[in-house]
Design a binder for this molecule. Structure first.
Ligand code: ZN
Length: 148
């Protein structure tokens, strides 16, 4: 989900941080759970994603709540950006996981295919991506993705 943020122009002065959306009641990742007990636990560092799919869901939620620190620490070092620049106009609304390969407790790699629905002002859009994950020192990290 690298494409989910706009790159900041290197010459631009550092903008003030965009206001973070309020912590949602229902988890943005689509699982029937409250944010605080679902991806919120991963974002706070109280739990780790057991599967590549759960990591993917937690990263979608992190984009939705603007948790830059979580996004960066769940990103493979070789593809990790220096920072995540959230577009204040863009709201991630819904995630639909279409399928996954491997990415389980006994795997070291996995892929997750998903559709991520967003809204920019009155315009709605959808991103479809097949993301590649790897287990790094026990923890799943996002490596890269192929956008349809
Ligand atoms: Zn969640």
């Amino acid at each position: 989900m690298a494409g989910m943020s706009r790159r900041r122009r290197p010459t631009a002065p550092a903008p003030s941080p965009s206001p973070s959306p309020a912590a949602p009641e229902a988890c943005p990742c689509g699982l029937p759970a409250r944010y605080a007990e679902c991806c919120g636990r991963l974002h706070r560092g109280e739990a780790q994603a057991a599967t590549a799919e759960l990591l993917m869901r937690s990263r979608f939620s992190a984009f939705a709540v603007h948790d830059e620190a979580y996004l960066l620490r769940s990103w493979a070092p070789e593809t990790r950006p220096a920072e995540v620049d959230f577009d204040p106009e863009l709201r991630w609304e819904r995630l639909e996981v279409l399928g996954a390969t491997e990415g389980g407790a006994f795997h070291t790699e996995g892929t997750v295919e998903f559709r991520a629905y967003y809204r920019v002002g009155r315009e709605a859009g959808v991103l479809r991506e097949n993301s590649h994950f790897r287990r790094e020192a026990g923890a799943w990290v996002y490596v890269d993705g192929v956008v349809d």
